[in-house]
Design a binder for this molecule. Structure first.
Ligand code: CTP
Length: 404
């Protein structure tokens, strides 16, 4: 989103308060945001809220500012990357559909050349009203992007469709619309998160992986146009929009899921932190407290990545591993790159607090099969994901990926 220019139109519905979070998320991701409000929206949230969050003046009236007479033309023009109306009431949808321009927002939209994303939010009976549905259909036919509203309890205590999509989902949808589609036509498999290995019905062995890096990779690949499958151990993260999710728990389940699908992918990225060992036997019942010490017998799990590398000739793809290390980073990672027959390995120093497990930032070392090494600065995991994808794209273009 860095440097993207976004205009957010806020109309008069209770979900207008959620637009404040939407503006905050866009600004956080590096976008320049300007907000246009309808007069009705100012009953719900004040312009000052949006001015403070966006750092830019808010327009809510057509004729209230000196020298602003052509703003309604300028705001939606060429230098704007995207206009988003969130929340969009039945009224603004009807106005756009029927070419009515009677306030700043509707006039600006009528003159706009930038793409438009509409996020409806209203009472569910209003939403399913045939007039509203007709208007939505007309907008779609004209190439306007419309997000499906969420389902659930609405502010008016009814249930049904009509909730404003979550701000994070609107940002994700917008980033899909804005991204360069340089991975279009490619299929990418990402594994993410920890695996859990049950000891008994209430206990298990796992590790500190949160899945953030793998999910960031899946999200970035999808945003850049790839068809993405995400095989993930248990995490608290949402599957990115448009990504096919395959949830697993144990290393053996992950192995099965990967091997069942592997042949259809151009790129496989194994960001999951797979448990190397599992209890040899899972107790059928909760193990009761008894002696002062207890010994667990562990057996080795299959090494999924090593198996993918071993059979890469039969299933050509670019194969990427991650290495979680606390010492001898370079030496250990080079050994994994070679022994698992990888095209690239991404090394995390998991002893740092600002990188690796749990952190939102990461600083990685990328080692390539031709011996090149590249260090990234400390970046957000989303930025690291894009950097890794840039390098994978270059590997494909140079045909340096072995077997690809
Ligand atoms: N990996 C895997 N299956 C395993 C263990 C690891 O597919 N049973 C993959 C991970 O997804 C990662 C890479 O291998 O991409 C390296 O994982 P890591 O835990 O750093 O290394 P290990 O090979 O398990 O070696 P060690 O734990 O001894 O460092």
């Amino acid at each position: 989103m860095k440097g993207k220019k976004i205009v957010i139109g806020v109309t008069g519905g209770i979900a207008a308060y959620k637009a404040a979070e939407l503006v905050r998320l866009f600004v956080k991701s590096g976008a320049h945001v300007r907000v246009a409000m309808t007069l009705n929206a100012t009953w719900f949230v004040t312009p000052l809220t949006f001015e403070t969050l966006s750092g830019s003046g808010v327009i809510s009236q057509m004729f209230d500012r000196e020298g602003a007479s052509v703003d309604h033309i300028r705001w939606g023009q060429d230098d704007v990357d995207l206009i988003i109306i969130a929340p969009a009431t039945a009224n603004i949808i009807a106005k756009i559909s029927n070419g009515i321009a009677d306030d700043f927002l509707s006039t600006m939209v009528m003159a706009a050349t930038a793409p438009l994303l509409v996020c409806p939010s209203m009472n569910s009976r209003m939403y399913i009203n045939p007039a509203v549905q007709d208007n939505i259909r007309k907008l779609r036919e004209r190439g306007i992007f419309i997000m499906e509203p969420g389902q659930g309890e609405l502010a008016c205590h009814t249930e049904g469709p009509g909730r404003l999509p979550e701000p994070e989902d609107i940002v994700e949808y917008a980033s899909l619309l804005l991204a360069e589609q340089d991975f279009s036509g490619l299929s990418v498999l990402v594994t993410a998160g920890p695996t859990v290995e049950p000891i008994d019905p209430v206990r298990y062995i796992t590790n500190r992986s949160t899945g953030k890096m793998g999910y960031a990779l899946a999200r970035a690949a999808r945003r850049r146009g790839a068809q993405v499958t995400l095989i993930s151990g248990p995490t608290s993260l949402r599957t990115p929009a448009g990504v096919e999710a395959c949830p697993v728990k144990t290393a053996e389940e992950m192995m099965q899921a990967v091997m069942d699908r592997r042949s259809s992918f151009d790129i496989i990225i194994k960001a999951a932190a797979v448990s190397d060992y599992r209890p040899g036997k899972t107790a059928d019942h909760k193990i009761k407290k008894g002696a002062d010490s207890l010994t667990l017998d562990l057996v080795k799990n299959p090494d999924i990545l090593a198996e993918l590398g071993r059979t890469k000739k039969e299933h050509p793809c670019i194969l990427v591993g991650f290495a979680a290390e606390t010492r001898d980073l370079l030496e250990n990672a080079r050994e994994k790159l070679k022994s698992k027959n990888l095209d690239m390995i991404v090394v995390n120093d998991v002893s740092r607090t600002d990188a690796g497990f749990e952190a939102d930032t990461n600083m990685v070392r990328m080692i390539f099969s031709d011996g090149r090494i590249e260090d990234s600065p400390l970046m957000t995991k989303d930025e690291v994901a894009d950097l890794i994808l840039d390098r994978l794209k270059a590997l494909r273009e140079n045909n340096a990926g072995s077997g690809c």
